[in-house]
Design a protein around this ligand. Structure first.
Ligand code: NI
Length: 420
């Protein structure tokens, strides 16, 4: 009996690794080795940023790297996008890992040796170009992940699709782009992706830490435009005309009432922001709508249409409302989050992984999430010990990230691949 038990024990200990190989040690070692290169790549990409749908050199940089690793490559996806397909030695699910590649029309304001001096044309104006949202680090981390995973190919059960996406910040006017165009061109279907993951660096989260949120995590973003038409008259005799500005200010108050008095704010926040642009006889108000709940989003849209047209009507003016979808709610599939949380803890240490608040920021990663279970999380890029309130926000000229711990993102992606 004793002998029998012993042989069962031996059998189990021999069999267990075949079912679940713990790759943490191997991933840690490979990541430590690749990290200096990843930092170098990130700085190179930072120095030579490219605007949305214009990421040709960045794409080439990624393409050359993936080819060197012997990974199957597709280029020109959604204009400048690059897809890498790594088939593991054994069959299994298909997992998508995404990094966005574009920079912003912002002039960099710091004295880093790799600060951007690039200028470009944006909406007919000469502008500075800067990686002011940290997408440079996303590209570098995913390139690093591709390098270490390609060296572990024999142990991968399934396929990894590396998605290098253009135009997350929005395609230039009149152009298609970003996640919706990649999806249109088949990125989620050939091969069919079973789950998709994305990382965003955060300039106000300390390095070494990961933040995530289960369920709705980031807001949907819709752009609205309301054209109010009145009737021109002499400034001294307003009663002979219809003042579109007076109607617009009433509409503005009405829109804020949708947030303050008509939205169930304990369920999820809503933001309606307006910037005004005044022209004679008619005026156009435009702004952004942020919601974290699909039903509330629909409701807010209806209320904006109703409020604007009825207020205008009550004053003898007319209002034309148009609403354009920029992103959906970034929804992290709760089951997937629960299942992958240990992978994040392996990457950063249990004490460094915490659940986040909602954010009213928006991400076009949400379109991938509409097609497959998905998980989008944040990796810290703020200097250790810094006060988040003093750290420059994303999309500003002083934005800066500490790139010393990009290993956290690489380890998170790599552990997710093996644990999934
Ligand atoms: Ni971003």
């Amino acid at each position: 009996m004793k002998n029998f038990l012993l042989s069962v024990c031996v059998l189990i200990s021999v069999l267990t690794p075949a079912f679940a190989i713990d790759m943490t040690g191997e991933i840690d070692a490979a990541t430590a080795k690749v990290l200096p290169k990843v930092i170098e790549w990130r700085r190179h990409i930072h120095q030579y940023p490219e605007l949305s749908n214009r990421e040709t050199n960045t794409a080439k940089f990624v393409e050359d790297h993936l080819r060197k690793l012997g990974i199957e490559v597709r280029t020109g996806v959604a204009k400048t996008g690059v897809i890498g397909i790594l088939k593991g030695a054994q069959p299994g699910p298909v997992i998508g890992l995404r990094a966005d590649m574009d920079a912003l029309p912002v002039t960099e304001r710091n004295s880093l040796p790799f600060a951007s001096k690039v200028t470009s044309e944006f909406n007919g104006q000469k502008v500075g170009v800067m990686h002011a949202c940290g997408h440079d680090s996303h590209v570098a981390m995913l390139m690093g992940t591709a390098e270490i995973l390609s060296s572990m190919k024999d142990k991968i059960k399934g396929t990894v699709v590396f998605i290098f996406q253009p135009a997350e910040e929005g395609a230039p006017e009149g152009e298609e782009g970003g996640a919706p165009l990649m999806i249109k061109e088949g990125v989620m279907t050939s091969p069919k992706i079973d789950a998709v993951f994305g990382i965003h660096i955060n300039s106000q989260t300390e390095v070494g830490k990961i933040k995530y949120k289960s369920g709705a995590a980031m807001a949907s973003s819709d752009w609205f435009s309301i054209k109010v038409k009145g009737k021109q008259t002499h400034g001294s005799q307003p009663w002979f005309g219809i003042d579109p500005i007076a109607a617009a200010t009433q509409i503005y108050t009405g829109l804020q009432m949708i947030v303050a008095r008509e939205s169930e704010l304990t369920k999820a926040p809503v933001v309606i922001g307006v910037r005004e642009n005044i022209i004679p006889e008619e005026m156009t108000m435009s702004g952004t709508i942020r919601t974290l709940d699909a039903a509330m989003r629909k409701d807010v849209h209806e209320k904006i249409r109703l409020t604007a047209t009825k207020i205008a009507e009550s004053m003898g003016a007319t209002a034309e409302v148009s609403i354009a979808t920029k992103t959906l709610v970034t929804y992290n599939t709760p089951d997937l989050v629960k299942r992958m949380l240990p992978s994040l803890e392996k990457a950063a240490g249990k004490e460094n992984v915490t659940e986040n608040e909602w954010t009213t920021g928006a991400e076009d990663f949400s379109f991938f999430g509409e097609k497959a279970p998905s998980f989008f999380f944040f990796v810290g890029g703020m200097k250790k010990g810094q006060d988040p309130k003093t750290a420059a926000a994303h999309h500003t000229p002083d934005f800066m990230i500490d790139d010393s711990r990009l290993d956290v993102g690489i380890k998170a992606f790599a552990n997710i691949v093996f644990d999934y």
